[in-house]
Design a protein around this ligand. Structure first.
Ligand SMILES: [Zn+2]
Length: 114
């Protein structure tokens, strides 16, 4: 179990996830943390969560895939400094900003810390 805390909206998300995770806050739509099994690099494959829900995977060719959202997009970036994870975070932010509705937010979190 891994917990992520969003400082902006004071929400917390705990997920049972694999070794590599990127967490996006469903309210702010920003990257609020990542975990990778080397601790410093963008390791793939990586699971992408929006709050409590896993929505996508970054595969070992750095392609972001989401059945839920119909995303199949090559990510770009550098290996160092989590470049690929930043690309995913930016892509997801744009995607959520333009396509999410308020109603969909409820499935992501129990909002217990709101
Ligand atoms: Zn937030």
């Amino acid at each position: 179990m891994v917990s992520f805390h969003c400082k902006t909206c004071n929400s917390e998300y705990s997920v049972n996830a694999g070794a590599n995770i990127l967490m996006i806050c469903p309210y702010c739509k920003n990257d609020i943390g990542s975990i990778s099994d080397y601790g410093f690099g963008p390791i793939v494959p990586c699971e992408v969560y929006v709050g409590m829900e896993k929505v996508a995977d970054l595969d070992d060719k750095y392609v972001l895939r989401s059945e839920k959202y119909g995303i199949n997009q090559q990510m770009t970036g550098e290996y160092k400094d989590l470049g690929y994870y930043k690309c995913v975070a930016e892509y997801m932010h744009e995607w959520l900003e333009h396509t999410e509705t308020e109603a969909q937010h409820y499935i992501y979190s129990d909002k217990k810390n709101m």
